[in-house]
Design a binder for this molecule. Structure first.
Ligand SMILES: [Zn+2]
Length: 284
């Protein structure tokens, strides 16, 4: 038998899985992310061996935090400080003698939702709300890329917001009024002094309002058919976040149709499932 291998290389955990030639999941494994680069690469080799055994590997796909160059496969994930200018594609292709594809985690997650989550809209935005905020835009199943391959940053847009504790408002990018500063896990801790899972109804309605304003901007400019929300903050909150966000988005969109708004069905597996998709089909 021959297998495909997908890797979700995250700042807190690594997940690796294998699938057969029909794309059916065969095995998976999860470990905490080591701090060192060499430790990390060695752990990935071990995890690949755990899921692939001695089977021939036909292709590999990986989701990694940006910034990275998907064509050269050189990665420098922001939240893994010892991983800088790592030639991941070259290393893996030499070691495993098969094609290796890598892209920004939110792009790979968008592939996961599109091909494995049943969300096949022509214009689809996948948006993750976790520690930070990121997105991946698929047009007819292909990733939309910006100038010089730049990755669009949907979380770093200015919005009209409500905030009961504006003193806590600060975005890691250096601008005070980003969407990410208001609705990401990090932003929620700064503003409300507690993790997202402890927010009360009034606080969720404020976060939902702010998210809705961000979605409204995206919808007005890009007119997607569908926005899929994933990441721990969104999937943990569910309708407490989705309903006020949808209401605010729809109330403020006057000239374009409101996109469908859905929660991820794959949860924490979106990027891993997307990695298996690109292992098999590549990125084009
Ligand atoms: Zn920002």
């Amino acid at each position: 038998m021959a297998v495909y291998v997908g890797l979700d290389i995250g700042g807190t955990k690594f997940m690796v899985a294998s699938a057969d030639e029909s794309g059916h999941l065969l095995a998976r494994t999860l470990e905490s992310t080591p701090i060192g680069l060499e430790d990390g690469l060695n752990l990935l080799d071990l995890m690949i061996h755990q899921v692939a055994g001695r089977e021939k590997i036909l292709g590999m796909g990986a989701a990694v935090g940006g910034p990275l160059d998907w064509q050269t496969g050189v990665v420098s994930p922001l939240h893994q400080p010892q991983w800088r200018e790592v030639p991941l594609k070259a290393r893996m292709e030499a070691r495993y003698n098969c094609p290796f594809w890598v892209d920004v985690d939110t792009n790979v997650a968008a592939f996961g939702e599109y091909f494995k989550g049943g969300f096949q809209a022509d214009r689809m935005l996948y948006m993750t709300l976790s520690t930070g905020i990121g997105g991946g835009f698929l047009i007819d199943g292909k990733i939309y890329r910006g100038a010089n391959g730049a990755h669009p940053e949907v979380g770093h847009q200015s919005i009209p917001y409500r905030c009961m504790n504006p003193a806590g408002l600060w975005c890691d990018c250096g601008v005070p009024d980003c969407l990410e500063a208001l609705v990401s896990g990090t932003g929620i801790r700064r503003i409300y002094g507690k993790p997202a899972e402890e927010l009360n109804a009034e606080e969720w309605s404020e976060v939902g309002y702010n998210l809705g304003q961000g979605l409204r901007n995206i919808a007005a400019i890009y007119t997607p058919d569908l926005i899929v929300l994933g990441g721990g903050v969104a999937t943990g909150a569910g309708d407490k976040l989705l309903l006020p966000a949808q209401k605010t988005m729809e109330e403020n969109l006057r000239l374009v149709p409101a996109p469908m708004l859905r929660l991820s069905k794959l949860g924490y597996d979106t990027a891993l499932m997307g990695a298996l998709v690109i292992a098999q089909h590549g990125i084009h």
